[in-house]
Design a binder for this molecule. Structure first.
Ligand SMILES: C[S@@+](CC[C@H](N)C(=O)[O-])C[C@H]1O[C@@H](n2cnc3c(N)ncnc32)[C@H](O)[C@@H]1O
Length: 198
C-alpha cells in the first residue's frame, strides 16, 4: 500500500535519517556479513536507508526496490549522484520480486511489512530470494502505534490481517527465520537481525 501525505512527512525528514543511522549501526554490530555480498532493500522509499547501507556495509551489489514508482523519482531527487552510485533502484512489489531464488546475502526492510496486506506472502518472498544462512534485517511497527484512536485517522494502512509481536514471531519462524538479535518495545515495534535457517 502506498503512503499517504501524513506518512510521507513521517518518513521523509532528517529525524528519520538519524533513526535509520542508529538502526543500521545496531544491525551491523549484530550481524556477520561479508562485504563482498549482494544486498536487497524492499520498500526503500526515497533511498535514505539504501545510502546508509552502502556506506556501512560496502556491498558488492545493492538493489533498492519499492512498490511505488514515485519513490524511485524521489530517490533520484533526494540522493546526490555520488550517494546514488552503486545502488540499483527498481520499482517492485515485495510480494512478487522479479528476482531469482537464493541470490542475496542480506535483505533489509524498514517499516514495510505493516504496509503489505499479505505480509506473510512478503516474508515468503524475502526467504525465497535470500541464500541459505542469509540475513534479514527487519524494522516493524505494531498496530497499537499506527492504528490507535489518533493515528488511524491520520495514517493509511491495511486494516485486516495485522500483526502484533507474537504473530510476527510465529510467522518469521514459519518462514524459516531464526532471531539472531532483537530490540523490541512490545506495544510499539521491533528491530531484529534474523538468519534464514534453511
Ligand atoms: C513507512 S515507508 C518506509 C520507507 C523507508 N523504508 C523508510 O524507512 O524510510 C514504507 C515503504 O514501503 C513501500 N511499500 C508498501 N507496500 C509495498 C510492497 N507491497 N512492496 C514494496 N514496497 C512497498 C511504500 O511505498 C513505502 O515507500
Amino acid at each position: 500500500m502506498k503512503l499517504n501525505w501524513a506518512e510521507l512527512l513521517v518518513v521523509n525528514n532528517p529525524l528519520r535519517v538519524f533513526e535509520q543511522r542508529f538502526e543500521i549501526g545496531w544491525m551491523k554490530k549484530h550481524a556477520r556479513l561479508s562485504p563482498a555480498g549482494s544486498f536487497l532493500e524492499i520498500g526503500c522509499g526515497r533511498g535514505a536507508g539504501a545510502s546508509i547501507i552502502r556506506e556501512e556495509f560496502s556491498p558488492a551489489f545493492l538493489c533498492a526496490t519499492d512498490l511505488d514508482p514515485m519513490m524511485m523519482k524521489r530517490a533520484v531527487r533526494y540522493l546526490d549522484e555520488p550517494d546514488r552510485q552503486g545502488i540499483f533502484f527498481c520499482a517492485a512489489d515485495a510480494l512478487r520480486l522479479p528476482l531469482r531464488d537464493s541470490v542475496f546475502d542480506a535483505v533489509f526492510g524498514f517499516g514495510v511489512l505493516h504496509h503489505v496486506p499479505d505480509w506473510q506472502g512478503a516474508l515468503a518472498e524475502i526467504a525465497r530470494v535470500l541464500k541459505p544462512g542469509g540475513t534479514y534485517f527487519l524494522e516493524e511497527l505494531y498496530p497499537s502505534l499506527y492504528q490507535n484512536f489518533i493515528t488511524r485517522h491520520i495514517l493509511l494502512h491495511p486494516e485486516e490481517n495485522r500483526f502484533t509481536s507474537p504473530e510476527l514471531k510465529e510467522a518469521l519462524d514459519s518462514a524459516g527465520f531464526s532471531v539472531a538479535a532483537s530490540l523490541e518495545v512490545k506495544f510499539a515495534g521491533i528491530l531484529a537481525v534474523l538468519q534464514k535457517v534453511s
